[in-house]
Design a protein around this ligand. Structure first.
Ligand code: FE
Ligand code: FE
Ligand code: ZN
Length: 280
């Protein structure tokens, strides 16, 4: 059975997200611990988490994904900004210790004129510091579209981060379909070759989750504007290929398409139907 969900608002707590997920046919979901623009997270509501965990078990919700605020820049030039990223991520990971099943998704950040090498150094140093604190949540580096000076614009940059961390055993990759397409990987026409390249550079065993988004922009545009499934430049076929792919269909899949809950439900229903047809 496909493990698929979408991004949900965490403002009403975990049990509410669990119920929302079930309502739209999802069996996983992604969320922010705090405003995506950063800032302080709400006080942890442990009774809510306890109720959620029970609910999740009853409804087979697993492998949820927390997304770090995207305003953070782990490889900022300013030391204070790097420290803020580090502290916020640690606070997020503290919260995730109550959700043993969750993974944590991070944008490597933007090097802003310091150069790729320096950026990669700052990201991997931060990941080392996090591990030294004893957090063992699976951390996923997201493949980026390469707008501005984003680190992670190609598989090699993520490889370099992984190579430079002391202990990469709990470090994985989240492949965002819109981002890789905007970065220049032609998953629309050559999904197999892209996966092969991923395997050669990063190893497919590092791939732990997929962000499933169509793209408003063309291949290699470096733009990062998500579109609804099948309404962008990637096209419906690729998404069907992904949810039926023997190496991908076991992975948790998260929609970050511009949708309300109804729209998400439609996409989930459609993709489940395609995955099921393939299994029959
Ligand atoms: Fe992201
Ligand atoms: Fe994403
Ligand atoms: Zn994006």
């Amino acid at each position: 059975m496909l493990r698929i969900g979408c991004h949900l608002s965490s403002s009403k707590g975990f049990l509410a997200m669990g119920k929302e997920a079930v309502k739209i046919g999802a069996n996983t979901f992604q969320f922010f611990n705090r405003s995506p623009r950063g800032g302080k997270a709400k006080e942890l509501n442990l009774p809510d988490i306890e109720e959620y965990l029970k609910f999740a078990q009853e409804h087979n919700i697993t492998q949820i994904l927390a997304h770090a605020p995207y305003i953070l820049n782990p490889c900022a030039k300013d030391e204070g900004l790097r420290q803020l990223a580090y502290e916020t991520i640690c606070d997020d990971l503290n919260r995730l210790t109550y959700l043993p099943d969750a993974m944590y998704n991070v944008h490597p950040g933007s090097h802003v004129k310091q150069g790729t090498e320096k950026g990669i150094f700052f990201v991997s140093s931060m990941l080392d510091k996090i591990r030294e604190q004893g957090y063992d949540t699976m951390i996923l580096l997201e493949t980026m579209a390469g707008k501005g000076s984003e680190i992670g614009r190609n598989f090699e940059e993520l490889r370099a981060v992984i190579d430079q961390v002391e202990d990469s055993s709990r470090l994985g990759v989240c492949l965002d379909t819109c981002h890789v397409f905007d970065a220049g990987y032609d998953i629309a026409n050559h999904l197999e070759q892209v996966l092969e390249e991923f395997d050669q550079v990063l190893g497919l065993e590092r791939l732990k989750a997929i962000h499933l988004n169509d793209s408003k922009n063309h291949l290699g545009s470096h733009k990062d504007r998500h579109e609804k499934i099948g309404q962008g430049q990637i096209g419906l076929n690729t998404f069907v290929n992904i949810v039926t792919h023997p190496r991908l269909r076991q992975l948790p899949i998260f929609l970050e398409t511009p949708n309300d809950l109804d729209g998400y439900q439609k996409e989930i229903t459609f993709l489940r139907e395609k995955a099921k047809q393939d299994n029959d």
